[in-house]
Design a protein around this ligand. Structure first.
Ligand code: NAD
Length: 362
């Protein structure tokens, strides 16, 4: 089959890790007889350097012609990069928020999976990790809530005052809830809806609407949890979670916590989907400017993001399985980039890790 894939190389380590993911995609196309046509897209700092803006209409229009987009991370060092001298709406991260909105990417999926080979990197005690480790996915609403609400800073009675408003309508909640339940059906069939329903009206609406959606999925166990409790449970007993469904800001915070709990940020993929099968796929980590250009970054999060892209946007399930199995194989064989290295393992560079995964695929 033939597909068009947008590639955003991005900033910092972005170009290095996207190159490795492309190598892996090329190996998949060779092995399974597909054609992947790539289109290079500009976003973030690279786009500012080329056009003065972190996102252009041209990038949005070209992305819409693709079946999916794979991206490295964007952004630079806020203390030293000239991008951060620009006003906030012209900085790299503004481009990312804007492309999510422009492509209507309302569903953010962030798996947090502990590989048995990397248990030593997990900061939790062995008895908490348990025999089988943990394997959860956070489904975060991405285009509503506090980050997209009305905001204002003003002086009230001589006192500086800032307001950010948090609003959701039932349609926004229902469509993300459906995504979460569909994903749960393909996993261990449990959804934990996370909110602050003891305080917030928006959270009470989340509970009401997600309960309605849950009724359509009788096979899925559905539970509600307050966000403060969830933050504790993620370090107390992460095994209990399968799919965590939550709103934008809670998801932002909890997904970073869940990724830290695995101990290896360089391993974690993510996807942002719209209502059709289109998605933007990227590692969960940032552009790591401190190690950019050194060929030492871990490319696995980006390679696993490419696997998610095959699974969710291109519907190539066995090809996605093959990439995930190849990653598992190289870990079992002892290959480690610096961030996941431990004594006795085979320390490798970014490109050597990509080559090893290509080798395992073949
Ligand atoms: P970061 O994730 O880039 O780096 C945090 C630490 O983890 C650094 O020490 C880095 O070297 C290390 N690290 C990250 N990814 C790694 C990898 N693949 N292999 C090995 N080590 C890795 O977070 P930060 O330093 O807070 O942010 C740097 C820049 O990235 C900022 O401009 C930030 O805005 C941006 N950022 C972008 C995204 C995105 O594109 N979606 C997400 C988060 C941060």
């Amino acid at each position: 089959m033939e597909f068009k894939i947008g590639l955003i190389h991005g900033d910092g380590i972005g170009p290095e890790i996207v190159n490795e993911a492309q190598k892996v995609l090329d190996a998949v196309s060779e092995r399974y007889g597909h054609t992947f046509n790539y289109s290079k897209l500009l976003l973030g700092g690279a786009s500012i350097d080329a056009t003065g803006y972190p996102l252009t209409e041209e990038t949005i229009a070209e992305a819409k012609t693709c079946d999916a987009v794979l991206m490295g991370s964007i952004g630079g060092d806020a203390k030293t990069s000239p991008w951060y001298q620009l006003e906030p709406s012209r900085r790299p991260e503004a481009g990312l928020l804007a492309i999510r909105k422009a492509l209507n990417l309302f569903a953010n999926l962030r798996p947090a999976y502990l590989y048995n080979e990397l248990r030593a990197a997990c900061p939790l005690r062995d008895e908490i990790i348990g025999e089988q480790g943990f394997d959860m996915i956070i489904v975060r609403e991405l285009t509503g809530g506090l980050y997209f609400g009305e905001r204002e800073t003003k002086v009230v009675d001589g006192v500086q005052t800032a307001v950010d408003s948090l609003s959701y309508n039932e349609n926004e909640i229902r469509r993300i809830a459906k995504q979460a339940f569909e994903i749960a059906m393909k996993r261990r069939k449990k959804v934990t809806e996370v909110d602050k329903a003891n305080v917030l009206d928006s959270s009470r609406l989340w509970r009401k609407i997600t309960a309605e959606v849950a009724a359509e999925y009788p096979e899925v166990t559905y539970e509600n949890m307050l966000v403060d409790n969830c933050a504790m449970q993620l370090v107390r007993d992460p095994k209990q979670f399968d799919v965590i469904l939550t709103e934008n800001m809670f998801g932002d915070i909890l997904s970073d916590e869940a990724s830290m709990v695995t101990g290896s940020i360089g391993m974690l993929s993510s996807a942002s989907l719209n209502e059709s099968s289109f998605g933007l796929y990227e590692p969960s980590h940032g552009s790591a400017p401190d190690i950019a250009g050194m060929n030492i970054a871990n490319p696995i999060a980006t390679i696993l993001s490419a696997a998610m892209m095959l699974r969710y946007s291109l519907n190539l399930t066995k090809e996605a399985d093959a990439i995930e199995a190849a990653v598992q194989q190289v870990l079992t064989d002892g290959y480690r980039t610096g961030d996941i290295y431990s004594d006795g393992m085979k320390k490798c560079t970014t490109s050597e890790m990509g080559d090893a995964i290509v080798g395992a695929l073949k």
